[in-house]
Design a binder for this molecule. Sequence first.
Ligand code: SAM
Length: 248
Amino acid sequence: MADKTTHFGFKQVDWEEKQRRVAGVFDSVADKYDVMNDLMSLGIHRLWKRFAVEQSGARPGQSILDLAGGTGDLAARLSRIVGPEGRVVIGDINASMLNNGRERLLDQGIAGNLCFVQANAESLPFPDSSFDCITMAFGLRNVTDKQKALDSMFQILKPGGRVLVLEFSKPVAPGLKSIYDLYSFKVLPLMGRVIAGDEESYRYLAESIRMHPDQDTLKSMMERAGFEDCDYFNLCGGIVALHRGFRF
Ligand code: SAM
């Protein structure tokens, strides 16, 4: 493992170095994360997340893990659905993102059935068969060993449960790629510099999206982890895809 390398955006880095660099990105963007999400996506990320929650099949009383939950957008929605008899765990590796999420959700009066756990998706600290549903929005791209994370998610999902992975993906709509490239590599870093004072993190965002497995590759990885009936929905022409799989 000593000289094993992986990608951090377009850069090749040591396997262990990636996690440190990803931590640096989210420590840096945590305070401006929510406002940047709205600006960069023109608010459309809310629709993607709403669709993910609709596909979760969440019901009152269920136990749900929102992995890489960050500032808690999905968790807030899920918490209302599972109600006081249920629980939503926000799991994230980054303390700055979790702290921002906790403050934000407390301000919104959403907290009773929520808890926050600092955890690496690659080795989740929960007993087998703990959750009815696991969601992961815009998180898998940042994980060093994505297959290990999917394996770990499978392990802690209850039989009959489902996993949902919402992530940037490969545009499939004709003509979209060139406009999308221009936006990602020119406009995003500029917005990062002007609004968040951090051009590099938003350059990483664009690069990490390009390095992420495409729709069919991710579906195969989910199947390798053991998930069944896997499928995906392309959103906004494939800029984002929602992958779904079940444990039977
Ligand atoms: N899910 C939230 C959303 O959709 O707004 C936050 C997404 S944010 C782009 C990515 C999150 O993934 C960050 O909060 C980051 O700390 C988390 N993350 C990165 N690597 C992780 C890992 N190995 N395990 C758990 N969380 C991780």
